[in-house]
Design a binder for this molecule. Structure first.
Ligand code: FMN
Length: 141
């Protein structure tokens, strides 16, 4: 499964994602979701996912929750915006809250592989490493 948070369909992140898809080989089933074109609202902090086990928002995150749960691996593509992930990706990440148990582990079956595919303009490839490594450790996939 591939999630792209990319406004520019002909941009660098889309090109990187294209190379990743090519590299997966023919036996891998790849589903691509373009977060930029999806209707995914921000978390409303109602805690219904904790109290009732479901998200109250009816939008494109519902099928995405199911697809994420079913996927063996997830690739997240984003450009760096203002030293961080894009807002499109962050909006989706916040909506992963239903997967989070009270003791900060995940309801998802363990063993999913997650790859972050990030592009940036600055030439120093270390500049944003700490941010993405820290963020990526806490997504409860
Ligand atoms: C709003 C905005 C903020 C950006 N912030 C950064 C940044 O903090 N650091 C950086 O290296 N590049 C930054 N960039 C540049 C993009 O990360 C870079 O050009 C990226 O490869 C664009 O991806 P795309 O071609 O898929 O759109 C920013 C670009 C935009 C539009």
């Amino acid at each position: 499964m591939l999630l792209t948070a990319v406004p520019r369909p002909q941009g660098c992140t889309a090109a990187l994602i294209g190379e990743i898809i090519k590299g997966t080989g023919q036996n891998t089933e790849v589903e691509v979701y373009n977060l930029n074109a999806m209707n995914i609202r921000g978390c409303q902090s109602c805690y219904a996912c904790k109290k009732e086990g479901r998200c109250i928002l009816q939008d494109d995150m519902q099928p995405l929750h199911r697809a994420i749960a079913a996927a063996d691996g997830i690739v997240l593509g984003t450009p760096v915006y203002m030293w961080q992930m894009s807002a499109q990706l962050k909006q989706m990440i916040d909506r992963l809250y239903p997967f989070l148990k009270p003791a900060y582990s995940s309801y998802l079956t363990p063993g999913k592989r997650v790859l972050l595919a990030v592009t940036q303009a600055r030439s120093d490839t270390e500049l944003f490493r700490h941010y993405f490594e820290h963020a990526g450790k806490n997504w409860y996939f």
